[in-house]
Write a protein that binds this ligand. Structure first.
Ligand code: NAP
Length: 234
């Protein structure tokens, strides 16, 4: 059975990814940092395993990788955001965003790659954001972290392609999850008007793209940034 690790599997998009991968035959490690109960419930539902994995903590990454051993698929989905002026964000918050969203994904990948290289097979899918492509005012640190994920995807894809490993990136638009719970109904309506397809994205839209990129149907696709955004960024 193929094994997958999904970071932030306890969250809105992550849980949809875990469910979709389990439906497609994967044994899924449901990664979580603080939401142990959510991860446990989900893992029990899909026949997977909860995995304590704080991507900002080297010891947590090490312990998680020892638990999973070699995996076939890594989905770097964990992420945090903060909305404020660039000059108002503390150095501590800024570092946290970069450490969780970018450095965490890179360090976990560094640990899980050697076994994929030995196997000459594997798949890595990074979750960026449309703001990593075009930048968002009042989300400068977040946008920078997500732009970093795009660069990371492209460079790593070139480096590990000769080892039979594909690395791709999904760039979600506005997806209805806890991350967007801070927006008022009025704000949401203004945002919806900016979406050409006229509706907000759902976690399953990202999960469907993950399943596709992980499948053999995507065997000739690597180093790509796939927008799943209802046409908001084209
Ligand atoms: P969410 O519901 O808030 O979930 C965030 C997830 O990240 C949670 O599972 C959380 O785990 C995990 N996480 C936070 N800090 C972590 C850490 N230090 N180590 C490991 N995991 C950590 O957010 P979401 O909307 O599903 O977002 C998932 C990904 O999609 C993020 O990378 C986000 O940037 C990206 N994205 C989202 C949208 C959107 O509109 N929702 C748009 C573009 C991109 P715990 O709860 O266990 O702490």
């Amino acid at each position: 059975m193929k094994k997958a690790v999904v970071t932030g599997g306890s969250g809105g998009i992550g849980s949809a990814i875990c469910r979709a991968l389990a439906e497609n035959g994967y044994y899924v490690y449901v990664g979580y940092a603080s939401s142990a109960e959510k991860a446990e419930l989900l893992a029990a539902e899909i026949g997977g395993e909860p995995l304590k994995l704080d991507v900002s903590c080297a010891e947590s990454i090490k312990a998680a990788c020892e638990k999973t051993g070699a995996v076939n698929l890594l989905v770097n989905n964990a992420g945090i955001s903060e909305i404020d002026l660039f000059t108002a964000i503390s150095e501590e918050k800024s570092s946290r965003i970069i450490n969780v969203n970018l450095v965490g994904a890179m360090e976990l990948t560094r640990k899980l790659l050697p076994s994929m290289i030995r196997e000459k097979s594997g798949c890595i899918i990074n979750i960026s954001s449309m703001w990593g492509e075009v930048g968002a005012s009042c989300e400068v640190d977040y946008s920078a972290s997500k732009a970093g994920i795009i660069g990371f995807t492209k460079a790593l894809a070139k480096e590990v392609a000769p080892s039979g490993i594909r690395v791709n990136c999904i760039s979600p638009g506005f997806i209805m999850t806890e991350m967007n719970s801070r927006f008022s109904a009025e704000d949401l309506e203004l945002i919806r008007e900016e979406i050409p397809l006229g509706i907000f994205g759902e976690p399953r839209h990202i999960a469907d793209a993950v399943v596709f990129l992980a499948s053999e149907k995507a065997e000739y696709i690597t180093g790509q940034i796939i927008g799943v955004n209802g046409g908001m960024v084209v």
